[in-house]
Write a protein that binds this ligand. Structure first.
Ligand code: CP
Length: 298
């Protein structure tokens, strides 16, 4: 089994991974991965949290992770993703890849004999989505009918994954961003299969009664060339105190980090009592461990 996309996983599988994470929290996890298992981490983009959470997680599970900076590999000199994956899967038990293009991740997965995990691509960030959904679950009575509002760049890779995972659990998705600027149709269609999705350019309409207000960078890795245009386009959708006041009284604030303070979110909101950004980062370790353990059993 691979974990390339939020579409790869059913509600039952999400809940099974959450159960494993719960047993880690309770200190009751007895199963582990095969001793000395190795996770190859092939990264084309920078990372702090995803890299560290997988590296620490593999150590805690009794295996290890080997970080491979793509710039130091033969792939940077033209070796194919397919040949790289064939070779990595001979040496290692799992592969986690952070790639520029999702299509390259699929090529790796199609040529790997071991599970491949998406550690972020241009389209998705499903391991972040799992950690975020687990975080939301601990702050609401039930994920079903929980209202999640996302503000800003509605084509954000992290939210593509989260909204599909959350919809599978019955959460409602509110997209708050510029008129006519929507996620790719395939993600909206997928959310509609399971739940409700509303898109609006009105902050009042989109944030009203929200249980969760989520934002992420306006300029994702690889979009630096469009920085000025994107800053202008998304500026009205900054998550600041005025916007938060439009949401439900107990709404939590989420951001996957790294944050660009003063851009997509203000420091008072990110550091405020309703922010769970640090909890999201902490849960990445828990959920990445649970995911690797789950994949080792399937
Ligand atoms: N949220 C996230 O993926 O962080 P990193 O880019 O630091 O891994």
């Amino acid at each position: 089994m691979n974990f390339l996309s939020a579409n790869d996983i059913s509600k039952e599988e999400i809940n099974r991974i959450f159960d494993i994470a719960d047993t880690f929290v309770a200190g009751k996890q007895t199963a582990s991965i095969k001793e000395h298992s190795v996770l190859a981490m092939y990264f084309e983009k920078p990372s702090t949290r995803t890299r560290l959470s997988f590296e620490v997680g593999m150590t805690q599970l009794g295996g290890r992770a080997i970080f491979i900076d793509s710039r130091t590999t033969q792939l940077s000199r033209g070796e194919t993703y397919a040949d790289t994956a064939r070779m990595l899967s001979n040496y290692c038990d799992f592969i986690a890849a952070r790639l520029n293009k999702h299509t390259d991740l699929i090529e790796m997965a199609n040529n790997s004999d071991v599970p491949v995990i998406n550690a972020l691509t241009d389209l998705e960030h499903p391991t972040q989505g799992l950690a975020d959904l687990y975080t939301i679950r601990s702050h609401v009575k039930s994920l079903k009918d929980t209202r999640i509002a996302f503000m800003g760049d509605l084509q954000n890779n992290t939210f593509n994954s989260l909204m599909v995972l959350a919809a599978k659990e019955g959460a409602e998705i509110f997209l708050v961003g510029p008129q006519g600027y929507l996620p790719k149709a395939k993600y909206v269609t997928k959310v509609k299969e399971y739940s409700k999705v509303v898109a609006t350019n009105s902050l009042e309409d989109g944030l009203e009664n929200a249980d969760v207000v989520y934002t992420d960078t306006f300029i994702s890795m690889g979009q630096e060339g469009e920085a000025e245009k994107r800053r202008k386009m998304f500026a009205p959708y900054q998550l600041n105190q005025k916007a938060l006041d439009m949401a439900g009284k107990k709404a939590i604030v989420m951001h996957p980090l790294p944050a660009h303070r003063g851009e997509e979110i203000t420091s008072d909101v990110l550091d405020g009592s309703r922010s769970v950004a640090i909890e999201q980062a902490r849960n990445k370790l828990l959920l990445n461990k649970a995911l690797v353990l789950y994949l080792s059993q399937h």
